[in-house]
Design a protein around this ligand. Structure first.
Ligand code: FES
Length: 101
């Protein structure tokens, strides 16, 4: 999986309900940052975040599935069936279920 270069077949995935362009073989983080400036906002300060370590360590790139499953954008490969959100789905209350990695 490439972090910052495009290769592979073009595809689209959905981020916050909007289709974005990507290429197979790249990470969700790479695809998101080629289409927008941030991947999420800090739950502590509200500041925009764009990932930091790019190796699944810093937890700066959390995104959520429609079901509320949390995942790291930097270590998740793109696929056309992805429907992700930059904040927990609003219908979820309390704690957000964490993906086991
Ligand atoms: S950028 Fe650090 S965990 Fe994804």
């Amino acid at each position: 999986m490439a972090v910052g270069r495009r290769k592979g077949a073009p595809l689209q995935l959905r981020i916050d309900g909007h289709a974005i362009s990507a290429h197979s073989g790249e990470s969700v983080l790479s695809a998101v940052l080629q289409n927008r400036h941030t991947v999420r906002h800090s739950e502590f300060t509200g500041e925009p975040r764009a990932g930091f370590c790019l190796m699944s360590a810093c937890q700066d790139c959390w995104m959520w599935s429609a079901e509320g499953k949390r995942l790291r954008a930097c270590s998740t490969p793109v696929s056309p069936d992805l429907d992700l959100y930059t904040s927990p789905p609003t219908r979820l209350t309390g704690s957000v279920p964490c993906a086991k990695s």
